[in-house]
Design a protein around this ligand. Structure first.
Ligand SMILES: NC(=O)c1ccc[n+]([C@@H]2O[C@H](COP(=O)([O-])OP(=O)(O)OC[C@H]3O[C@@H](n4cnc5c(N)ncnc54)[C@H](OP(=O)(O)O)[C@@H]3O)[C@@H](O)[C@H]2O)c1
Length: 340
């Protein structure tokens, strides 16, 4: 079989498509013939050992996201049918409840070998079945961004009415999934982005209100204007240092900021009394457990939900090129790669 590996140096020069032995499933595992994989910004950073020790050791198979067809069963596996599709969960060792101190030690695509290969073994207990209505490329996008958006929205304050008012930032994978999942739960969504064209696409996807954060740098105030001066119930924060002050402004008293990402930097200066005087809550979000995946997949199956994909879908050979396109930010929705 073929697999992508960061082989001998942490760089794109070290990322190669190589031949490898097809694995045999061990006890409790199934062998997946991978159908599609998808990309996250984390995968781009991982090639340069962007997560330090948590990146793992070389050689490393990159990528956390993918979906595969079950083609062989390991010893003791009885409740999984050959020919069905499964999705490996992002953190293989987080089954339910708190993440615990091991945290990202069980994460695919660094430090554990990831999904960028034609065949991979996965424990049944660390993977979930995929709803039939999803195509392979759609299903492949759900491992990291969707579970993160799902758990970001789970932080909605109990006092929110009618599904709550949610602010999403930009048109990256997490934010579009947060928009879609927030609409599914009946929320009113205010979405920000950097261009009129992207704002129009956000509207077409169901955003109730949009704000161009380039033209309106004080967009937190604009959110107040759209919410009778109160602020949103929940902000899904992906900008990090460049957006956190506006997010705090945009959040209502007793509201929540689900802190997901740092595309605009990691070190921020924050006005702390704004948090404690108005009882705002900053909730750190870190993907989700296997139990969260089961809950999310059940909902996706019930609703017929489809994640937004970028128009360009890459071939397996083009995976390195696809990764290197990520920081250009030209995509809208998840970037997927067909494997088979
Ligand atoms: N905590 C977790 O478990 C977890 C899981 C997945 C991802 N993440 C993190 O979440 C962040 C987003 O990931 P992603 O995969 O969705 O990224 P992505 O697909 O690369 O998208 C990033 C988007 O952010 C938007 N953006 C950039 N600067 C912005 C700003 N100042 N204000 C508002 N939006 C801005 C841009 O959208 P526009 O061009 O439309 O403005 C851009 O397309 C990353 O930091 C990633 O590491 C965290």
């Amino acid at each position: 079989m073929k697999q992508w590996q960061i082989v001998d140096e942490w760089s794109f020069a070290g990322l190669k498509l190589l031949d490898a032995a097809r694995p045999e499933p061990g006890p409790g595992e199934v062998l997946l013939k991978m159908k599609a994989v998808s990309l996250n910004y984390r995968d781009y950073l991982m090639v340069g050992r962007g997560y330090g020790r948590m990146s793992g050791e070389l050689p490393l198979v990159p990528l956390s996201d993918g979906v595969g067809e079950v083609v062989a069963l390991g010893a003791g596996v009885e409740d999984v049918a050959l020919g069905t599709r499964r999705l490996p969960c992002f953190i293989q060792t987080w089954f339910s409840g708190d993440m615990g101190p091991a945290g990202f030690a069980g994460a695919l695509g660094g430090p554990l070998d990831g999904t960028a290969r034609e065949f991979m073994n996965v424990p049944v207990a660390s993977s979930v079945p995929v709803p039939d209505h999803l195509s392979d490329v759609e299903a492949a996008t759900l491992c990291c961004a969707a579970i993160t958006a799902w758990n970001a929205l789970a932080e909605m304050p109990a006092t929110a009415v009618d599904g709550g008012t949610v602010v999403t930032q930009g048109t990256g994978g997490v934010s579009l999934l947060a928009l879609q999942l927030a609409k599914d739960r009946g929320a009113r969504v205010i979405a920000t982005s950097s261009s009129a064209e992207k704002l129009a696409r956000l509207k077409a996807m169901g955003a109730d209100e949009t704000i161009n954060y380039r033209e309106v740098p004080d967009w937190g105030k604009a959110v107040l204007g759209l919410t009778d001066g109160l602020g949103a119930d929940l902000v899904v924060e992906v900008g990090g240092a460049s957006t956190i002050s506006q997010s705090m402004r945009a959040t209502r008293a007793d509201g929540t900021i689900s802190l997901v990402g740092n595309v605009g930097g990691s070190i921020a200066e924050v006005n702390l009394p704004l948090i404690f005087m108005f009882r705002k809550r900053l909730a750190g979000i870190s993907t989700g457990s296997v139990a969260d995946f089961h809950a999310m997949m059940a909902r996706i199956g019930e609703t017929g939900f489809r994640p937004a994909l970028d128009d360009q879908i890459y071939d397996f050979d083009g995976l390195s090129r696809a990764l290197q396109a990520l920081p250009k930010g030209q995509h809208f929705g998840k970037i997927a790669v067909r494997v088979a």
